[in-house]
Write a new protein. Structure first.
Length: 285
């Protein structure tokens, strides 16, 4: 009898695993909506990880919420939004696809596209993964998938720049008149210290600042090389790091959003900063 129950349990788990796999494949193979006036691309900092309800119809693996900055920006601009951002994605996933059966994010760009925002690169260089591991908040699954930190000098910031340039060029082929914006990452760490909110010491904070600086420069350089608009969220978020009195990002503990990601104030602030940068340009398209 016990053996029978064990067999039934194993078969049930296998059936559930197969069902999940089929759903992920189905979601990944759906053709994206290309009718949006505004297409948002990027990783969890754009997807609004942990900021609210899952965006209806979005792939489960993307953990995309209805409160990421693209949704706030869409309301400010009045443009119809197709949000392709996906937590865990890299610049290569935007360009070539391959994230859990998903195709290239930029495939949503179409004839109606007037605005494209891109926030990506952090996963390429292990930025948030490092901070999560250092804080001890990775958990069992996190420790399985997150790699131990590598020296900052060995991280491929040049590839981030190269891929972002290619993304911008690919978008221009499909939407030559669209305003394309590379949105940098907001400031997570204070300039020269750590704090209890981060749950790690000055050593990890110093390394994190180096990675953040490299990512900032890689994104800025990509904008210069591709003639895209660069929105400097590092500068815009000065005084709003995770250790500040009015943070736009979370430390290790959270009230809204995910650890080491934008909170609701940060998502809204990012939308405001981007809107200020593009509103005049959109008026001429």
């Amino acid at each position: 009898m016990i053996r029978t129950f064990a067999v039934i349990g194993t078969l049930t788990l296998a059936a559930l695993a197969l069902a999940v796999l089929l759903i992920l494949v189905w979601q990944g193979k759906r053709k994206p909506d290309t009718s949006g006036q505004y297409v948002a691309l990027g990783s969890s900092f754009a997807a609004g990880l942990g900021l609210g309800p899952r965006e209806p119809g979005s792939p489960f693996v993307c953990l995309r919420s209805t409160n990421g900055y693209p949704h706030h920006l869409a309301r400010l601009t009045g443009l119809s939004l197709v949000d392709m951002s996906c937590s865990g994605s890299t610049t290569e996933h935007i360009l070539k696809g391959g994230q859990v059966f998903l195709g290239p994010q930029f495939d949503a760009v179409g004839d109606n596209t007037r605005l494209v925002t891109i926030t990506s690169g952090g996963n390429d260089v292990g930025y948030i993964g490092d901070l999560t591991l250092a804080s001890g908040r990775a958990g069992f699954l996190g420790k399985l998938f997150l790699k131990a930190p590598t020296p900052v000098a060995e991280r491929n910031f040049a590839l981030v720049t190269e891929n972002l340039v290619q993304v911008v060029r690919a978008i221009r082929v499909r939407a030559p008149k669209a305003v394309i914006v590379l949105v940098g990452y907001p400031r997570l760490l204070p300039d020269d210290s750590s704090c209890d909110a981060l749950a790690f010491g000055e050593g990890a904070a110093a390394t994190g600042r180096q990675v953040a600086a490299g990512l900032h420069e890689a994104t800025k350089l990509a904008a210069e090389k591709s003639a895209a608009v660069f929105v400097d969220m590092t500068d815009a978020s000065a005084g709003h790091d995770a250790c500040s009195k009015a943070p736009w990002v979370n430390g290790a503990a959270t009230e809204n959003g995910a650890p080491f990601h934008p909170n609701m104030a940060g998502a809204k602030a990012t939308a405001q900063v981007v809107y200020k940068a593009v509103s005049g340009l959109l008026a001429t398209t």
